[in-house]
Design a protein around this ligand. Structure first.
Ligand code: FPP
Length: 250
């Protein structure tokens, strides 16, 4: 996918990616178990999707479960799986009705067959929708993504489809998750931590990064709007100088 020209007035991001952090702390503040926070987080997911539909954002990528999250206590992992299953059963038809294309990105094979097959069914059902591309990263890691892309490209090289010395960024890019979508313009992390945590690594090379102290369950339309306003005020230079951008040589 071609990046937008440097300096182009893309005041509204086409692609927003979010690390939805803070569910556990939100629950703890209410003296409730962490899973209570994840349930509240699910409502915030719904709000974020509705917000993107309303504002005409083309793609939304959510980090729902990282490759590292398997290390959480067994009951929390189990509760999250249950929550994903129920959310799929409850929400897919409505999302489909709104023209949302759902895609799960990550190693789906690691999930229980019932959950993996529901994920595949949701992707198949909504595959032709175009209003919003909703990508849900599950059992995903940015390093895993780059490694799986490299492995697939190596197989293409082995099959004689590309010579190893022709391999460059452009030949690797199509093998990465989300290669068919606009580049990530805005990367949001809620919950106050300021790190990327192995989410999209390749894909955020030129993303604007926005850290919000708001815990994910409290990340409402006003908070999202604030992130967009912050984004709209950024100067995106893509390696060029301010003067070049001002002169329209972007
Ligand atoms: C991080 O907060 C959150 C997660 C690891 C899970 C995200 C899941 C949801 C928002 C639920 C619903 C999602 C979908 C797609 C239906 P944390 O638990 O690390 O919070 P903490 O940092 O306060 O402990």
């Amino acid at each position: 996918m071609t990046p937008p020209p440097a300096g182009a007035p893309h005041r509204l991001p086409r692609h927003v990616a979010i690390v939805m952090d803070g569910n556990g702390r939100w629950a703890r503040k209410r003296l409730r178990p962490r899973t209570f926070g994840h349930h509240a987080g699910q409502k915030a997911v719904r709000n974020a999707i509705e917000f993107c539909l309303r504002r005409g954002i083309a793609a939304l990528t959510l980090f729902a479960f990282s490759s590292e999250n398997w290390q959480r206590p067994e009951d929390e992992v189990g509760a999250l799986m249950e929550l994903f299953l129920k959310a799929l059963d409850r929400e897919v038809d409505e999302l489909h009705g709104h023209g949302v294309r759902i895609r799960f990105v990550g190693e789906l094979a690691a999930f229980a067959p019932a959950l993996a097959s529901r994920m595949r069914a949701a992707m198949d059902k909504t595959a032709a929708n175009t209003k919003l591309m909703l990508n849900i990263a599950v059992n995903y890691g940015g390093r895993w993504d780059i490694a799986q892309a490299a492995a697939r490209l190596a197989r293409a090289a082995q099959a004689g489809e590309i010579a190893p010395d022709q391999i460059d960024e452009r030949s690797l890019a199509p093998y990465l998750c989300l290669a068919d979508q606009p580049p990530v313009d805005l990367f949001i992390r809620t919950g106050g931590e300021q790190r990327v945590s192995n989410f999209l690594l390749w894909q955020i090379a030129y993303a604007e990064i926005y850290f919000s102290a708001t815990l994910w369950p409290d990340f409402d339309a006003a908070a999202f709007e604030q992130a967009l306003a912050d984004y709209a005020g950024r100067e995106r230079r893509f390696g060029k100088t301010s003067a070049q951008i001002a002169a329209g040589n972007g």
